[in-house]
Design a binder for this molecule. Structure first.
Ligand code: CA
Length: 229
């Protein structure tokens, strides 16, 4: 998977490039806005990491140019810590996510993986979280290579959680996504999460489904989310 990094600060750029390469991504690093936009237009990337304040051309205008050309490559914007306005503007220009500076490399990697996964889902491919594999086209689920047999409702619940890996979904969100317009009660969510857990997590060392007390549920790889949140 090839990632385009557009960042003018040497230290930050070098750290991101090195970290991503260690995570087995190929990285092209453009150090100014013009070179960045040219690279994005010339080559097909899986993801673009885009700084906002750049010589040549700023991040917003790069984002806008790409989206105006119907380029849907996922864009992760790097923004200043407290500049809420920057983030709103970035999302309006078509960025998929943003990460405030300074950040922890683990956080960046988690966002990169989440965006790539989300993009893969949109293209109807396979979601892989730890040893859980979900084929969203076949609606087929494997845990550690073994097929897990799920009811359609359990499958929808699992997919809803997996697509938003690491994010907490409230019971209301789950009801809206999985039950849609049907009459149902928040308690049903707990019942179904319980059933899903018995099929996905029971008897496994790594538990993927997490209860976030007072909030809801999330699905994450316990290995990669250590120290987060
Ligand atoms: Ca900069």
């Amino acid at each position: 998977m090839k990632i385009l990094l557009i960042e003018d600060e040497d230290t930050i750029g070098a750290a991101i490039q090195q970290g991503l390469e260690e995570a087995h991504y190929t990285v092209d690093w453009a150090r100014d806005g013009r070179a960045g936009l040219d690279a994005a237009l010339d080559e097909l990337y899986g993801l673009i990491i885009l700084d906002l304040m750049l010589p040549g051309r700023d991040g917003w205008s790069i984002c806008q140019s790409l989206r105006a050309r119907r380029d849907t490559t996922p864009i992760l914007m790097l923004t200043a810590r407290d500049a809420v306005g920057d983030r709103v503007r970035g999302l309006e220009m078509g960025a998929d996510d943003y990460l405030p500076k300074p950040f922890d490399f683990g956080e960046l990697l988690a966002r990169v993986r989440a965006l790539l996964r989300r993009d893969a889902v949109h293209k109807g491919r396979v979601i892989q979280i730890a040893d859980l594999q979900i084929d969203t086209k076949q609606r087929n689920v494997l845990r550690a290579g073994q097929e897990v047999s799920l009811t359609p409702r359990e499958y929808s619940l699992l997919e809803a959680l997996a697509v938003r890996e690491g994010q907490v979904l409230t019971r209301e969100t789950i009801l809206d996504t999985v039950w849609m317009n049907e009459e149902s009660l928040p308690n049903n969510v707990d019942v179904y999460v319980g059933m899903l857990r018995r099929k996905i997590d029971a008897g496994r060392d790594a538990k993927l489904i997490r209860t976030v007390h007072g909030l809801g549920y999330s699905l994450r790889d316990p290995q990669t989310s250590e120290g987060e949140g």
